[in-house]
Design a protein around this ligand. Structure first.
Ligand SMILES: Cc1ncc(COP(=O)(O)O)c(C=O)c1O
Length: 356
């Protein structure tokens, strides 16, 4: 097997930490860890590499092993790049919501694709259906390695290094760390790093979707990839976050537009959500506090969604319809007959039907 330290794999990690001056209160120090600088374009290159390294070192991945994962997005692309480099077969279990571009990219890297179209009958959740399918495929293949990002401790462990990079760059002075959560690998790794190093000063704030169940609540529609989950991942622990901040899909788009217009940063929807989470709590942040946002990916893959006016109008329409459906409805009561006297009394009406 080739070394994991050479070639394109050597470009994973050590991403730039950018000082942002245009999007936040001028008296706080705001930094962005630009994870889109990883070679396949996202933060998921880190856990993909850590999981494969762990598999090789523990003898569970050999040259003829088939790697299997349930992923429609960045994890699949990270794994596809690494597996291509190492010459390993990769099966990605995707769902029919995968974007045409991600599907093409997975194919170009040489991944084999299995599409799941029906939600899990027990939970109604598509992600559960994909995870079950990935598990079944890896059991059927025999010499398979199921990377299982939702439960694999190596996913979280990868972010001990992410945090090391942040803390080394800022001399340990971090008051707030803002991130997103889906598999919970990022947030769990960040929280574990703080616990292991007794860094009690740093608070972890997570931007989560109103339709996500990770921090409680009910599952609902979510259109921004990487922003929330319809089932609570095994990697989640109650200690991972000091606070979760609900950010709607439309707010994620607003956050992306702010980062683009004020910082010339073209990033994905979950990054926009993180930006909005900072804005939502900005008033509570003390002057001169240091805040770090872990921005998960680049924006180029979202030109037809987040950066398309047409798509955003559709998103707003769906949100309005949902709001109307969610509005508490007053049970219809049979009309109470007015007394004959009230019906006739002209003094109670202005003649146009309005009570005055
Ligand atoms: C764009 C994006 N943002 C955020 C996340 C969430 O990261 P994690 O899975 O570590 O919770 C992901 C995960 O795939 C992602 O692709």
């Amino acid at each position: 097997m080739r070394s994991l330290q050479d070639g394109i794999l050597a470009c994973i990690g050590n991403t730039p930490l950018l000082r942002l001056t245009g999007v936040a209160r001028p008296d706080i120090r705001l930094f962005a860890k630009f994870e889109g600088a990883n070679p396949s374009g996202s933060i998921k290159d880190r856990p993909a590499l850590e999981i494969i390294r762990d598999g090789i070192e523990s003898g569970r991945i050999k040259e003829d092993t088939v790697v299997v994962e349930a992923t429609s997005g960045n994890m699949g692309l990270g794994l596809a790049q690494i597996c291509r480099y190492l010459g390993l077969r990769l099966v990605c279990v995707v769902d029919n919501k995968i974007t045409a571009q991600n599907l093409r990219l997975l194919e170009v890297y040489g991944a084999e694709i299995e599409v799941v179209t029906r939600p899990d009958p027990a939970t109604g959740d598509l992600l559960t259906a994909r995870i079950n399918r990935a598990k079944a495929i890896s059991e059927a293949i025999g010499n398979a390695f199921w990377t299982n990002q939702y439960a694999n401790p190596s996913n979280a462990r990868a972010h001990l290094r992410t945090m090391d990079e942040v803390f080394a760059a800022l001399g340990g002075e971090v008051d707030y760390l803002f991130c997103s959560a889906s598999s919970c690998g990022t947030v769990r790794g960040c929280a574990d790093y703080l616990r292991q190093n007794k860094l009690h000063r740093t608070k972890v704030y997570v931007a989560d979707s109103p339709g996500s169940v990770i921090f409680g609540g009910n599952s609902g529609p979510r259109m921004i990839p990487g922003h929330g989950a319809g089932r609570r991942p095994e990697l989640y622990e109650d200690y991972v976050a000091d606070r979760s901040i609900r950010v709607t899909d439309e707010e994620c788009v607003m956050g992306c537009k702010a980062l683009l217009s004020k910082e010339a940063l073209l990033v994905g929807g979950s990054s926009g959500g993180i930006m909005m989470a900072v804005n939502k709590v900005a008033e509570e942040i003390a002057p001169r506090a240091t805040c770090v946002m872990l921005l998960p990916d680049r924006g180029e893959r979202y030109l037809d969604t987040i950066f398309s006016d047409e798509w955003v109008v559709g998103l707003q329409r769906i949100a309005q319809e949902r709001e109307q459906l969610d509005r508490p409805r007053v049970a219809m009561q049979p009309p109470v007959p007015l007394r004959r006297q009230e019906q006739r009394d002209p003094g109670l009406s202005n003649g146009q039907g309005d009570r005055i």
